[in-house]
Design a protein around this ligand. Structure first.
Ligand SMILES: Cc1ncc(COP(=O)(O)O)c(C=O)c1O
Length: 403
């Protein structure tokens, strides 16, 4: 009898974490490594939010709280949905977890049985398929290529839906492509969904505030109110307020689903950290200038990286609408040989060669379900980005194509 469960064989370690770990090892061995693989803002949590966390400790808010969030944090989340998304939720329709990750996990665990399908547009965030598999469901991956702006088309959605489809995951702006749906594109998808009442929508809005060039962010329940009673809108403070380590995410959905998710949480982690909940409340209720300031910085970095990559022979980098990632194509480098003699026959080989030969850590596209691409997280300093792009350019210039 094996000690480890069969369930574990369904999943793999996160490739983004694996790449970040490899980069850290090389750095520890003395190599000059630029890490562009991790998905978190490089800024500190704004001071007033940190102060709220400290004040919570001083005030003795260090005990268990209600399982899925304090009443005051839930109120702040309701206010956020009303203020920013025009969505009217009651506190009984809100759940708070240890990061957006736990909200997604709870939702799948609470709803999926064997044979239930979840539509996952690719490129996807690495955790979606594995979470679905762990919960006993079947991920149905739909490739959304660069020609479609990495967005799911209504026709592709229609073709992917079956009587067993339980969820569609929509992540806008997207990790890893940065692509976002405008109102008309979102409406075209919600029109399809209206015809399929068995399908629920999981809107992962974690990058909501990171949109550029005046892009208007929209979320499905706002665009099509008739879908609100089968939508879970997930969001969190990690990316919007540089609070990845505080671990607070939240979801809004009909109360029956929220109750089921809270029951699961009560038998696993119980409440998210009490101190972090107070800090998250300060983030949502307090001044919002961090959001505007960080958006301007990320937009500048996006432009720097897109222009730099498009000057690299063999790389084609579209301009994303949001998040802090780019997802360039290396189709023209497949089959080429690097200066050190490695034949690039996949995006994984490309990323590994790039790391070994130039010290730049990126994540290969196969990890996100769409090749041949790679993901750069530009949540790092302009200096590091400029140097990284220069190294990538030298790497590409050193590649020779056959014939
Ligand atoms: C698309 C997407 N969704 C959800 C999350 C989860 O974020 P957290 O658990 O920090 O709230 C991430 C984090 O990388 C993400 O990229």
């Amino acid at each position: 009898m094996a000690f480890l469960s069969d369930r574990l064989s369904l999943i793999k370690p996160s490739p983004t974490i694996a790449m970040t770990t490899r980069a850290a090892e090389l750095r520890a061995s003395g190599r000059d490594i630029i890490g562009l693989s991790a998905g978190e803002p490089d800024f500190d949590t704004p001071e007033h939010i940190g102060a709220a966390g400290k004040a919570a400790i001083d005030a003795g808010h260090t005990r268990y709280t209600a399982v899925d969030g304090t009443p005051t944090l839930k109120r702040a989340i309701c206010d956020k949905f009303a203020r920013e998304n025009g969505l009217d939720y009651a506190p009984s329709e809100i759940t708070v977890g240890t990061g957006g990750k736990q909200i997604l996990f709870n939702a799948f665990m609470a709803t999926l049985d064997a044979g239930d399908e979840v539509i996952v547009p690719a490129p996807y965030w690495v955790s979606y398929p594995d979470m679905v598999l762990l919960a006993g469901g079947t991920p149905v991956v739909v490739e959304c290529g660069q020609d479609d702006g990495f967005r799911l088309t209504p026709a592709a959605l229609e073709a992917a839906i079956t009587p067993r489809t339980k969820w569609l995951i929509l992540n806008s702006p997207s990790n890893p492509s940065g692509a976002a749906y405008d109102r008309a594109q979102m409406q075209a998808l919600t029109d399809v969904l209206l015809r399929h009442p068995q399908v629920w929508i999981l809107a992962d809005d974690i990058y909501e505030h990171l949109v550029f060039d005046g892009f208007e962010f929209v979320t499905p329940a706002q665009v099509e109110p008739r879908l609100k009673d089968r939508t879970l809108t997930m969001n969190g403070v990690s990316k919007a307020y540089a609070m990845t380590g505080w671990r607070i995410g939240y979801g809004a959905a009909p109360s029956a689903l929220i109750k089921a998710m809270a029951m699961l949480q009560s038998q696993s982690t119980s409440n998210p950290t009490s101190i972090s909940q107070y800090a998250a409340e300060a983030a949502l209720n307090g001044p919002q200038d961090y959001i505007t300031d960080s958006r301007a910085v990320f937009q500048r970095r996006r432009d720097l990286v897109v222009a730099g990559l498009n000057a690299c022979p063999g790389i084609n980098c579209p301009t994303p609408q949001g998040a802090f990632y780019v997802y360039p194509s290396i189709a023209r480098l497949i089959g080429a040989t690097t200066a050190s003699g490695t034949v690039i026959d996949s995006d994984e080989v490309f990323a590994n060669a790039l790391l070994e030969e130039t010290g730049v850590a990126v994540v290969f596209g196969a990890a996100f379900g769409l090749s041949p691409h790679f993901r750069i997280s530009y949540a790092t300093s302009d200096e590091q980005l400029t140097e990284a792009v220069a190294r990538i350019r030298r790497f590409c210039e050193g590649c020779t194509t056959a014939g």
